[in-house]
Ligand binder design. Structure first.
Ligand SMILES: Nc1ncnc2c1ncn2[C@@H]1O[C@H](COP(=O)(O)OP(=O)(O)OP(=O)(O)O)[C@@H](O)[C@H]1O
Length: 236
């Protein structure tokens, strides 16, 4: 399997605070990778660093063999890397369809845009049924679906998902896990950041655990299912 994304010795800073320390990870083509850790450990900062939404960083980020460390966020997103942030960033006053239309990259023809929106609707039927409903009136799970749909209309080669189950009621988490299951089957490459390791383990191929900005464990889903690891790094 070839590497799609490689991160080497990443150090990330907000102002004078260092948040990440020598983080190295790799993501192979078609792999589903998890990054797990408690609140405030640096998971979001890692994703933000990949797309350069951060004050300052050192280290190297390579995508398809090309060094993208110094690229702007806009240039990185244009390379088919879609980022679904934790706060979802949907437009509450716009309809589901308008949210999806706006997220489709400019330069895509009307036909292709429509095809991609229809693909999202066939993957997430509930969104199709609510096509004309405003984003802000959707349930938490549906808003997460829409946020992921907004990522998918760029037809990404790599999807970055920040805490898709964060802040959702348990029944809605079930829905989101189901959405993620349908997302990770097939040939998609996904990097998921989560606290909820137990729900994510069945979905991922491999994962990393991050503790105060450092990678402290890595392994396949079987290795990461060890309760001792959960107690040490994940249970609050
Ligand atoms: N914009 C910022 N300015 C300064 N410090 C920040 C900023 N964003 C995050 N931090 C700090 O960086 C550290 C890591 O935060 P980060 O959001 O990456 O953690 P996380 O593991 O994603 O946790 P959470 O689940 O709370 O999002 C925290 O101490 C946080 O306070």
């Amino acid at each position: 399997m070839s590497d799609l994304l490689t991160v080497e010795d990443l150090n990330a800073f907000y102002g004078s605070s260092q948040i990440l320390f020598d983080v190295s990870i790799d993501v192979g083509d078609n792999e589903v990778i998890g990054i797990f850790g408690r609140n405030g450990m640096g998971k979001t900062t890692l994703l933000d660093s990949l797309v350069n939404r951060i004050d300052r960083k050192t280290g190297r980020v390579t995508y398809r063999g090309e060094d993208i460390s110094e690229w702007s966020t806009h240039e990185i997103i244009r390379e088919q890397i879609a980022y679904v942030p934790e706060d979802r960033e949907i437009y509450p006053a716009l309809t589901v369809r308008e949210n999806l239309e706006l997220a489709t990259p400019s330069g895509v023809s009307d036909d292709v845009r429509e095809e991609r929106i229809q693909n999202v609707f066939s993957q997430f039927e509930r969104l199709g049924e609510r096509e004309k409903q405003r984003g802000g009136t959707l349930s938490g799970g549906e808003q997460q679906m829409l946020a992921i749909g907004r990522g998918l209309v760029s037809d990404p080669d790599l999807l970055l998902l920040d805490e898709p189950t964060e802040g959702l009621a348990p029944a809605i988490i079930d829905d989101v896990v189901e959405i993620l299951e349908s997302l990770v089957t097939g040939d998609r490459t996904v990097l998921i950041v989560e606290q909820n390791i137990k729900r994510m383990l069945p979905l991922i191929d491999r994962g990393y655990i991050i503790q105060t900005g450092e990678i402290v464990e890595e392994g396949d889903s079987e290795y990461l299912s060890d309760e001792e690891i959960h107690e040490r790094y994940l249970t609050v």
